[in-house]
Design a binder for this molecule. Structure first.
Ligand SMILES: [Zn+2]
Length: 443
């Protein structure tokens, strides 16, 4: 089956004024101005109202936090007191909550144009040992691509860490389960729907052996590594006190300085550290909204990219954003970036590149994130019909500057998953009602 996505209003691809042709799960060709597809097509989709982007890729999230958005015990705090307030509330998480949280978060992301999402799940209270299995089941049901990061915490309050004892696991349990889920679910091949990455949570909730053993397992199973790093100055002080080194040195000492690694946040680096990270190819998932809400600081995106690090975008968990909208994340990255670098240094094309190709590189993928022949057919199509776009001239700039936040159509691996701004095969109102009811357990 060959489908021609025909004559888009605008498209984020060079020489594709007449659109592109999808064949099966992949992009077969781009169609230049004044040209026709090279071979006959079976169907045409009139995209003359649509701005066509590669499906957006979310580089960092905590889906379970959709149940604790705008929580009165956590709002208006910085990271450490925010975490200390929320950990005991999150400890109530049960499998039925996580199912609904994952389904809601993936749906929310998908409606904003996201086709691939990384989720960092690190909470494993008793009864929730199979959290990764739940996330994979929900992603398969919705048809989105995911990198499920098997998060972990083994330094609780009794060992000087921040999380309460009830939500952490010992490192042998963590490493055994990491191997289990890698063997069960990780697909390193191009076109994969599900990948697993290993993700010790943050320097203040792990020990060094968990970091180095996770890196060893990632080599054996060819998977990515992920963690929160250099999010706050509190974290830097914690590392110096507990490990006697700065956070980036902790990565170096535990075998994490490689292309396998991408970090969430990456704010408080010095210039020498940025050079080391860039040379090693360590990626950074920039989470602008969360960094602004928690007043953590501004990621040095331009310096990191210049040094050689892939830069992607993440919405971060829904208790510190507090939405999961990838197009909003694109707009936030533009705005906070301009405050730091000036109006001409970060363009709408830069932030769209971070949200697509950049995030894909963080996740270790070169089969998604761009519209080109041979790439996976993951698309996000936006219309400019709402009042906020009326009078806009450059359609691609308008998406970012006027604040697009809901896709009209979303395709994953050649299949439409969103049509007319709604999921294709389930009732959105019913999902919201059930998710909202589940959230009452976390009041
Ligand atoms: Zn996070």
């Amino acid at each position: 089956m060959r489908i021609w996505i025909k004559d888009p209003l605008a498209i984020l691809a060079p020489d594709a004024a007449r659109g592109l042709v999808i064949e099966g799960t992949r992009i077969a060709e781009l169609v230049k101005a004044g040209s026709l597809p090279a071979a006959p097509v079976d169907a045409e989709f009139d995209a003359s109202r649509h701005v066509v982007l590669p499906g957006l890729v979310n580089a960092h999230h905590h889906f379970y936090q959709t149940l604790t958005r705008a929580h009165p015990q956590a709002i208006n705090k910085e990271l450490f007191p925010w975490l200390v307030a929320l950990y005991p509330i999150w400890a109530r998480l049960k499998p039925r909550h996580l199912h609904l949280a994952v389904r809601l978060a993936l749906t929310e992301l998908m409606l904003s144009g996201c086709t691939t999402a990384a989720d960092h799940h690190y909470l494993f209270p008793p009864g929730l040992e199979n959290a990764v299995d739940i996330e994979v089941e929900e992603a398969r049901a919705l048809g989105l691509r995911m990198t499920v990061t098997r998060g972990s915490m083994n330094r609780s309050q009794k060992d000087g860490g921040l999380p309460p004892d009830s939500v952490v696991q010992d490192e042998d349990t963590i490493l055994a389960d990491s191997e289990r889920v890698l063997k069960l679910f990780h697909d390193p091949k191009p076109g994969a729907q599900i990948r697993i990455a290993l993700a010790p949570c943050s320097p203040f909730s792990i020990n060094k052996r968990l970091m180095s053993e996770s890196a060893r397992l990632a080599d054996v199973h060819d998977c990515q590594l992920h963690t929160h790093l250099c999010e706050t100055e509190d974290e830097e002080r914690f590392c110096l006190e507990i490990y006697g080194v700065r956070p980036v040195d902790l990565l170096e000492e535990t075998g994490w300085m490689s292309k396998r690694t991408w970090l969430a946040h990456g704010i408080h680096f010095n210039s020498e550290e940025i050079g080391r990270l860039g040379r090693a190819g360590v990626g950074v998932g920039h989470c602008a909204a969360s960094n602004m809400v928690l007043a953590s600081g501004i990621c040095p995106t331009c310096e990191l990219e210049a040094a050689g690090s892939p830069v992607g975008l993440g919405v971060d968990g829904s208790a510190s954003n507090d939405s999961s909208n990838m197009m909003e994340a694109v707009r936030h990255a533009l705005m906070i970036g301009r405050l730091r670098y000036g109006a001409s240094s970060i363009t709408h094309l830069d932030v769209l590149r971070w949200a697509t190709e950049g995030s894909a590189r963080c996740l270790g993928r070169d089969d998604i994130g761009r519209l080109a022949p041979g790439m996976e057919a993951d698309l996000a199509l936006f219309t400019l019909d709402e009042p906020r776009f009326s009078g806009a001239h450059d359609p691609l700039a308008a998406l970012v500057l006027c604040g697009a936040h809901r896709a009209d159509r979303v395709m994953v691996a050649g299949r439409w998953r969103v049509v007319d701004g709604m999921p294709v095969d389930f009732d959105l109102g019913d999902l919201i009602a059930r998710h909202r009811e589940a959230s009452l357990d976390f009041a």
